[in-house]
Design a protein around this ligand. Structure first.
Ligand SMILES: [Cu+2]
Length: 300
């Protein structure tokens, strides 16, 4: 009689553990079933935004590859840790195990292995960067982008006489009270030439999976080929001053016809100049936006 109670208690514990595991399994299945296809896509991309440019695919591959490599490393290291914890745990009849140290082959291995891993990561990063920055193809469109404190100006070259050289520029200027729109034709190679008249900004669209510093006195550039018609948001990625947070813009990827029509709209509404607006005296001063004095405070 005296032994029955503990045995039943042990059975209860085992049953309890089984019920708990079953509950966890059910909850997992329910949670997974609740995932929309968008959620599943996000899991697959490991939280990276869905790339909507050809070039963005390279960034995504690097991101996924790096995570897979890191996870494999993690699984090996965690397995070794938990194996050691379990296998060499203290037992009641145990004596202290043999104490060893200075295992030279092992020490050489765990010094060299991380160096090899870093070399592989470095090579993958440089290869991806070279693919992203490849500008050997002539672009279909070249857009002069100006980042000025604190908005963006987009200049679209117009080839009026068809000789391949820009004759005028249609433009769109953002201000403190107006978020500008960048319109891009789908499936065309677009080059952004980046200009800054004041401080370092950084021009990027999260969905494009590429961004670049906009440095005064130097014209950086990169190319993208948008692959999906849609509306996206872009921003300045470099803390560039008090109103940095206002440097957001809308991106519309449209069909070739809509792109031509958009440029026509800019011209017909007088948004056209002989030279691109590159900032400073040449760009519109953001209306109502002045450097706050000390008494006014920073505001944002
Ligand atoms: Cu900025």
């Amino acid at each position: 009689m005296g032994l029955q109670l503990p045995r039943r208690a042990a059975g209860n514990t085992r049953r309890g553990r089984r019920i708990f595991l079953l509950a966890v399994l059910c909850a997992t299945v329910v949670l997974m079933a609740g995932c929309s296809s968008a959620d599943r896509g996000e899991w697959k991309r490991l939280a990276m935004p869905e790339p909507v440019t050809e070039q963005g695919q390279h960034t995504l591959s690097l991101w996924q590859g790096a995570w897979i490599a890191a996870l494999i490393t993690g699984v090996i290291v965690w397995s070794l840790i938990f194996y050691s914890i379990w296998h060499f745990r203290r037992r009641s009849d145990d004596e202290i195990p043999i104490q060893t140290r200075y295992n030279l082959p092992l020490e050489i291995f765990y010094t060299i292995a991380p160096v090899i891993m870093i070399i592989v990561f470095f090579k993958a990063t440089v290869d991806t960067q070279n693919l992203l920055l490849d500008d050997s193809q002539p672009p279909d469109q070249t857009i002069e982008v100006t980042g000025q404190q604190w908005q963006w100006t987009f200049n679209y070259p117009l080839d009026d006489n068809g000789d391949g050289a820009p004759d005028r520029y249609a433009y769109e200027v953002g201000t403190a009270n107006y978020i500008p729109t960048l319109v891009l034709p789908v499936n065309e190679l677009i080059r952004f030439n980046l200009h800054s008249p004041d401080v370092i900004h950084d021009f990027g669209v999260p969905g494009f999976l590429i961004k670049m510093d906009v440095v005064p006195g130097r014209v950086n550039h990169y190319n993208v080929t948008p692959t999906t018609i849609g509306t996206y948001s872009g921003k300045c990625y470099e803390l560039c001053g008090v109103y940095h947070s206002r440097m957001i813009f809308t991106v519309k990827v449209v069909s070739q016809e809509d792109y031509v029509a958009y440029l026509g709209d800019l011209v017909s509404t007088g948004h056209v100049a002989d030279q691109p607006l590159l900032g400073g005296d040449n760009a519109d001063t953001p209306a109502g936006l002045v450097e706050p004095t000390n008494s006014e405070g920073a505001g944002e």
